[in-house]
Design a protein. Structure first.
Length: 86
């Protein structure tokens, strides 16, 4: 952890990461390695290390239903987008 000129911590310590966050970081790293392999920035024999790491199981999340007002607002937004595209 880094410190500023007064000796105070620059970053606050955070708790453990949730599974979804870990998976997003994993996906970002895997994409960077895949890009490097495709662009031949690494040796041909290089093996993507992310393939050896298992992804975390994620919670399915919360199912949420739109209220009548939210549905009406979304309908209006969708109609405006369709008229601009068409």
């Amino acid at each position: 952890m880094g410190f500023d000129a007064d000796g105070k911590a620059i970053h606050r310590a955070k708790g453990p990461r949730v599974q979804g966050t870990v998976n997003r970081y994993h996906n970002a790293l895997a994409a960077a390695f895949t890009w490097a392999i495709r662009k031949r920035r690494v040796h041909k024999s290089f093996d993507n290390p992310c393939r050896k790491v298992e992804r975390q199981a994620e919670n399915p999340g919360v199912v949420r239903f739109l209220s009548d007002d939210e549905r009406q607002h979304q309908h209006i937004k969708d109609r405006g987008l369709l008229t601009r595209m068409g």
